[in-house]
Design a protein around this ligand. Structure first.
Ligand code: FAD
Ligand code: MLT
Ligand code: ZN
Length: 481
């Protein structure tokens, strides 16, 4: 620890007590690597403020001393955004102690949650009040509101409710100079120039530390139905979605996975079972929901709409007969990341292309990568209805993972990203840029985009205090030709 860092930590301990900082290497260790184990860093201290004022004081002290800070929530991010740099130059700032739901009103349909509130806790609190917070993902037991806002997270309910951006009605954050931005009020109309709240959503901790957010709630559900459908191709799956949408607006989730991914989950996640009797090349999980107790039950609705699909679009289908079975189906979907992590070395690409082109991209793109990089296996799964899939390229059997990541990894990822750009898509649909996609963002973005991103960062954080080296560098990127 440098003398300047040490001084900062001592001041924090004196002013805010022993809970606000630790230098204990064992306590810090779990927070130095990302969830997938691809990024590793060092930090001599972990700061854990307990209030917005404490965050503001810490950032103010850091700005004065020139000590960089890395904001962190649940550390479930997929692009190394919350992993500190390897040289120990930055201190970690965890929001996890700030876990209060300040308000939750079924009248206004709003909740005000601090940055460290865990997604599952907010969902449970909303349900207790007869409402829902319609954002869900496999990391719901650890991911925090601050992290979800800062990555503009997606998940499995985007089809109906949009990404985090459409669920955020207000933001409170500490800016890089230590000042507090109070944008927490849920104003339906507010045209005071540039929208700072919107800038902070998806900023990955590079422009501010999100201390609280006002979040939109939706009515609680009267009933839901979850179906598992076997299909022959992503094209048939998309046709199925369009057919369902023609008959109802009750479909909230529509997730696709290939047989290979299902097999991986069944192999690595105890207690999971194949939902259909036989194998199918592709599988789709569908959830339909109603908020109206008098409306047609979602199970009957899905049965009615899926019956004609069995004549061509779908190979087989089952509707969960109980809540427990519905949860079993969802468990398979939400365990894919865990199974992929256990399944061996693989490169993850979180991509989007225009929805109508995604079926072609999944099939032809996968085949092209496998042909060009012999021994690899390409699998794509996820949020088909959003035009976003996770396009994973698994390493050939028997390779040394570290050597493969270092030597072949960048070439393969560049190729996948080039295909995505050629298809008019995005190299980050929902996980953000962090450190893993930073150079690719610079390589593949129009100069106008990179100039604007750098100008925003330089204007708000000229001394590079918040999450330096993530998303965008202040200096012109070497990667740009
Ligand atoms: P962290 O990982 O701690 O941080 C993520 C980024 O946000 C970092 O750049 C960090 O510096 C910044 N940050 C964190 N807290 C703050 C704050 N308070 N203020 C400012 N910056 C902050 N993501 C999806 O979008 N869709 C999915 O379907 C999905 N599924 C997942 C499933 C699993 C099993 C896992 C492990 C992850 C999944 N993710 C998914 C990724 C991850 O859960 C999200 O990116 C989530 O938003 C990260 O929240 P977090 O609190 O863990 O943030
Ligand atoms: C998902 O949809 O499961 C995720 O975003 C996580 C992943 O990419 O594995
Ligand atoms: Zn996803």
């Amino acid at each position: 620890m440098t003398p300047v860092q040490n001084q900062l930590v001592e001041t924090v301990l004196q002013r805010f007590g022993p809970k606000a900082a630790t230098t204990d290497a064992e306590a810090i260790a779990p927070w130095l690597s990302d969830w997938r184990g691809r990024c590793h860093g060092e930090a001599p201290a972990l700061l854990s403020p307990g209030s917005t004022e404490e965050v503001a004081a810490i950032v103010g002290l850091a700005a004065e001393a020139g000590v960089p800070l890395v904001p962190q929530g649940g550390n479930t991010g997929m692009v190394g955004g919350a992993t500190p740099p390897a040289d120990g130059s930055a201190l970690l700032v965890s929001l996890r102690r700030m876990n209060r739901i300040r308000a939750l009103s079924p009248v206004s349909n709003l909740a005000v949650a601090e940055g460290g509130v865990i997604l599952a806790d907010l969902r449970a609190a909303a349900e207790d009040a007869g409402r829902r917070f319609p954002m869900d993902l496999g990391a719901r037991g650890s991911a925090t509101i601050g992290g979800l806002v800062s990555t503009n997270a997606g998940g499995t309910q985007v089809l109906r409710f949009g990404t985090m951006r459409s669920l955020v009605a207000g933001v409170e954050a500490v800016l890089p100079d230590g000042s507090i931005h109070n944008g927490i009020a849920a104003l339906k109309k507010d045209n005071r120039g540039y929208d700072l709240n919107q800038l902070l959503i998806g900023a990955e901790g590079t422009l501010g530390i999100v201390t609280a957010a006002t979040l939109r709630l939706v009515p609680g559900i009267a009933a839901r139905a979850v179906a598992w459908v076997g299909v022959e191709s992503p094209a048939k799956a998309l046709d199925l979605l369009r057919m369902l949408e023609g008959g109802t607006n009750a479909v909230e989730s529509f997730e696709i996975l290939p047989e290979k991914t299902l097999e991986l989950v069944l192999r690595h996640v105890p207690g999971t079972r194949r939902p259909l009797a036989t194998a199918h090349d592709w599988h789709v999980l569908i959830e339909a929901v109603t908020t109206d107790p008098a409306a047609e039950a979602p199970a009957a609705l899905l049965e009615r709409l899926l019956a004609p699909a069995l004549a061509g679009l779908a190979g087989d289908a089952v509707i969960a007969a109980s809540e427990a079975q519905a949860e079993d189906f969802w468990r398979i979907r939400h365990s894919i990341s865990e199974a992929e992590r256990a399944g061996g070395p693989a490169l993850q690409h979180d991509i989007s292309v225009p929805v109508e082109d995604m079926p072609r991209f999944m099939v032809e793109g996968g085949a092209e990568v496998e042909a060009r990089f012999p021994g690899t296996e390409a699998v794509a799964y996820g949020h088909l209805g959003d035009g976003n899939v996770h396009f994973h390229v698994r390493a050939p059997r028997g390779v040394d993972p570290q050597a493969w990541y270092a030597e072949d990894g960048p070439r393969i990822s560049r190729h996948v990203h080039d295909m995505v750009v050629a298809a008019g898509g995005s190299i980050s649909a929902e996980h953000g840029i962090g450190q893993m996609k930073r150079d690719e963002l610079a390589r593949l973005s129009a100069p106008s985009r990179m100039t604007a991103l750098r100008a925003i960062k330089a204007a708000l954080d000229p001394h590079n205090i918040l999450n330096p080296g993530k998303l965008v560098t202040l200096a012109p990127d070497a990667a740009r030709p």
